[in-house]
Ligand binder design. Structure first.
Ligand SMILES: [Zn+2]
Length: 84
């Protein structure tokens, strides 16, 4: 299943908004979403339903903490590994 492209698709795919938060790395405001598998993932803020759904670890300059926070390999982890 491809990752949803926006907030509307996340809801449609069974993702649920879990709350606001801030990144432990760069302190940017983020949104926590619960995946259909029950994992919590940090997303960049999506102010409306058509906002692009982008996992925060894809854009975070301090993404190292995600590897500690996420035992399961999130989408985008490969990209980060190559970049470092
Ligand atoms: Zn961050």
């Amino acid at each position: 299943m491809p990752f949803p492209e926006n907030a509307e698709q996340m809801w449609a795919h069974g993702y649920q908004f879990a709350g606001h938060g801030s990144c432990q790395g760069c302190h940017e405001a983020i949104e926590w979403w619960r995946t259909p598998q029950g994992r919590h993932i940090p997303m960049n803020r999506m102010p409306d339903s058509t906002s692009a759904a982008i996992a925060h670890w894809a854009t975070c300059p301090e993404s190292g903490w995600f590897r500690r926070a996420q035992p399961a390999k999130p989408a985008g982890a490969e990209k980060l590994k190559k970049a470092s």
